[in-house]
Design a protein around this ligand. Structure first.
Ligand code: AHG
Ligand code: MN
Ligand code: MN
Length: 337
C-alpha cells in the first residue's frame, strides 16, 4: 500500500466541515514533532540518565519522573510556538498554560497528559502521550480563560494518543473515524498502518486493578464477578489483562475489544471518583472510543457529556466494546446508580 502520512490522510478524510485546515494541520504537525522527540528520549531511556525521579512532587501529589517532566517541557515549548493555540493545560501543571507574550496565538486549545503510565518507565513497559484539542470559546482578541479549557468532551475537534512501545504509534480522530499511524524511523514519518479502526462489538477481556477490590462498592464487585462467571452472556469467563498504563490498556481494548475500568474507589478520600482525570485522559480516549463505535461512561453518564468544573477533576472510567460497557451500566443501574 503506498505510504500515506498523517497530513495527507487528514486532507483526504476530512468529511466533516474542514477545520481551518492550515491552522489545524500545523497544530498536528507540531504535535507529531513533539511525539518524535519524546519517542527518541523514551527509547534511549535505559541508556541516558532520564530515569528515576526529579525529586519534585506534581500537582497530583505524585513524584515526577524525569521523562514526565521532559515530555511536558517538550510539549509546552513546541506547542507554545505553534502559533495556532491560545491556551493549554497539562496534567503536570496546576493552572492554565498561557502562550508567552510575543508569540502568535490561534483559535485552538490543547489539553494533554504528557506521559501516561510513568510508573512503568523503568520496566520498559509501554507508556504514552494523550492529547485533546478544542476550539476556543471566548473571542479571539481576548486572552484565553478557563472557559476555553473547561469544555464538555463532546466539543473536542481532535483527540488521540501516541504509544511509545515496540513501535511508536499514534492513534487519533478528528471526528471522521479513528486511524492509526506507525512511525517509520527510516523516513521519520508516521505512516497510516491502521485505517478506520473499529472496536469489536463484544470482547473477551476485562481490565481493572483487582488489588483494590476491598475498596470497591457492591456494584463494581458485582461487575467484576460477572466477567469471571462461566454462565455470563459469552458462556465463558473473560480473560483479565492489566498493564497499568492507561494508553496501553486502552489501545489493547480498542484493537481486541472488551472493557477497561478504573472505577470510583474508597482508597483515597481525596479522590472518591478514582484516579483518572476527565480532561487529559477520559475525554480524549472517550472521543476515540466513540468514533470507533465503542462506549465510554462514568457508570451513569456518557463521559463526553460531563460538564467539567475543574482542570484536574477525576472521573470513574468504564470504556470499550458496546456490549461490555452496556452490561456494566445495567449492573450499576440495578444498584441504583
Ligand atoms: P500517569 O502516569 O499519567 O499518572 O497515569 C497513570 C494512570 C494510568 O496510566 C493507569 O491506568 C493508572 O494510573 C494505573 O493506576 P493504578 O496503579 O492505581 O492501577
Ligand atoms: Mn495518565
Ligand atoms: Mn501522566
Amino acid at each position: 500500500m503506498p505510504e500515506v502520512n498523517v497530513t495527507e490522510h487528514l486532507l483526504l478524510n476530512q468529511k466533516k466541515s474542514p477545520m481551518a485546515r492550515g491552522q489545524f494541520t500545523h497544530l498536528l504537525n507540531q504535535l507529531i514533532l513533539s511525539f518524535k522527540i519524546i519517542s527518541r528520549e523514551v527509547t534511549k531511556a535505559g541508556l541516558v540518565d532520564v530515569l528515576g525521579f526529579t525529586g519534585e512532587i506534581n500537582v497530583q501529589g505524585e513524584e515526577v519522573k524525569k521523562l514526565d517532566e521532559y515530555s511536558n517541557n517538550v510539549l509546552i515549548h513546541r506547542m507554545s510556538r505553534a502559533g495556532v493555540i491560545c491556551a493549554m493545560s497539562s496534567e503536570e501543571n496546576e493552572g492554565i498554560i498561557e502562550i508567552p507574550a510575543g508569540f502568535p496565538t490561534g483559535d485552538y486549545v490543547l489539553i494533554f497528559d504528557p506521559l501516561d503510565g510513568s510508573s512503568n518507565i523503568e520496566a520498559n513497559i509501554n507508556i504514552g502521550t494523550i492529547f485533546s484539542v478544542y476550539r476556543r470559546k471566548t473571542p479571539s482578541e481576548q486572552p484565553a480563560t478557563l472557559e476555553d479549557l473547561l469544555q464538555q468532551g463532546v466539543n473536542q475537534v481532535a483527540a488521540g494518543y501516541c504509544l511509545y512501545g515496540s513501535s511508536t504509534m499514534m492513534v487519533m480522530t478528528t471526528g471522521s473515524g479513528v486511524h492509526g499511524f506507525t512511525l517509520d524511523p527510516s523516513v521519520g514519518e508516521f505512516l497510516l498502518s491502521h485505517p478506520d479502526i473499529k472496536i469489536p462489538e463484544r470482547g473477551s477481556i476485562y481490565s481493572i486493578n483487582e488489588g483494590y477490590t476491598r475498596y470497591w462498592d457492591a456494584a463494581t464487585r458485582e461487575v467484576v464477578d460477572y466477567f469471571k462467571e462461566i454462565d455470563n452472556e459469552r458462556k465463558s469467563p473473560y480473560s483479565s489483562r492489566y498493564i497499568g498504563s492507561l494508553v496501553a490498556d486502552f489501545h489493547r481494548t480498542l484493537l481486541y475489544g472488551g472493557v477497561f475500568l478504573y472505577p470510583a474507589d474508597m482508597r483515597d478520600p481525596k479522590k472518591p471518583k478514582g484516579k483518572l482525570r476527565l480532561m487529559s485522559e477520559a475525554n480524549p480516549l472517550s472521543f476515540v472510543a466513540e468514533q470507533a463505535w465503542g462506549l465510554a461512561t462514568d457508570g451513569v453518564h456518557r463521559i463526553l457529556d460531563i460538564q467539567p468544573t475543574a482542570l484536574h477533576q477525576r472521573v470513574p472510567l468504564i470504556i470499550g466494546s458496546p456490549l461490555e460497557v452496556e452490561k456494566v451500566r445495567e449492573i450499576y443501574r440495578k444498584h441504583g446508580y
